[in-house]
Design a protein around this ligand. Structure first.
Ligand code: NDP
Length: 253
């Protein structure tokens, strides 16, 4: 039994990668998990695996770029679980990878809507519920890209910088009402996103060796840690999983 046992969590981008690993990790710690992404079949498969292992999980379909869809899904999860204790704003896309001067405005805006507005939509839907409860935690998945401009990644870097400021702004406003908001910058992780980056051949991240990337269950463990009271010192900031001290603290590496 851990402090997370019986608590409810909604994870966006839970159909694969870090989100799917986080769903498994949080369920293993006793949380009741809602897996959310556009690929409903993949979320349902993750939920079924959790249920088969004795956990509680549901799957819902949602495009985080749509405020209407996010608000409907957050309300549905609150109703299904009788509250919402945690939200993991994890959904994200790297493409389109292109220089600003060559970028397609429609594709750039669409991706920015997922990476930045998706986080805003999650916060906007969950904060009133959590403030009314007087408790809750929201983890926004950030990136080193929030701090460093990289060729071809103007959309991704600026959206992640926006997500970081949303973490800080939400913490400043809702922290006093009992809601913790924290970011996670995972470092590079061996997921489909890194396959897309590698195939692009653009900027130094694409040239990294696959062995340099950490497995998805590392950020999943970091997310679980950030959901606990022990992580309070990181509220309103990005927890850096590249930091050797932080890895040691989580028993990783
Ligand atoms: P993946 O590409 O493996 O997974 C991305 C997830 O986001 C999928 O579940 C996808 O589901 C979901 N998603 C994408 N668009 C939407 C949308 N419009 N609405 C709802 N869900 C969506 O990537 P990762 O697991 O690697 O990435 C997860 C997070 O971690 C992202 O925010 C990413 O930016 C961040 N990150 C990743 C790093 C890495 O090296 N991999 C490094 C730093 C940060 P579906 O397509 O079914 O909707």
């Amino acid at each position: 039994m851990s402090e997370l046992t019986g608590k409810s969590v909604l994870i966006t981008g839970a159909s694969r990668g870090i989100g799917a690993a986080a769903a498994a990790e949080l369920a293993a710690r006793g949380m009741r998990v809602a897996l959310v992404a556009r690929d409903h079949a993949a979320c349902e498969a993750g939920a079924e695996a959790i249920r088969a292992a004795g956990g509680e999980a549901i799957a819902l379909s949602c495009d985080v770029a749509s405020w209407t869809e996010v608000s409907v899904v957050v309300s549905a999860v609150r109703d299904a679980f009788g509250g919402l204790d945690a939200l993991i704003n994890n959904a994200g896309v790297i493409e389109p990878i292109s220089r600003l001067a060559d970028s397609d405005p429609e594709a750039w805006t669409r991706a920015f809507s997922i990476n930045a507005l998706g986080v805003y939509h999650g916060l906007r839907a969950a904060l009133p519920i959590m403030e009314a409860q007087g408790a809750g935690v929201i983890v926004n998945i950030s990136s080193g890209a929030a701090y460093n401009p990289l060729e071809g990644w103007s959309q991704y870097c600026s959206a992640k910088a926006a997500a970081l400021m949303l973490t800080r702004a939400a913490h400043a406003e809702s922290g006093p009402k009992g809601v913790r908001v924290v970011g996670l910058s995972p470092g590079t992780v061996a997921t489909d996103m890194q396959r897309v980056i590698g195939a692009s051949g653009v900027n130094p991240v694409s040239k990294m060796s696959w062995d340099d990337h950490i497995p998805a269950d590392w950020p999943a463990k970091a997310i679980a840690f950030l959901c606990t009271e022990a992580a309070r010192e990181f509220d309103g900031s990005d927890f850096q999983l590249r930091d050797p001290e932080n890895r040691t603290r989580l028993g990783l590496g």
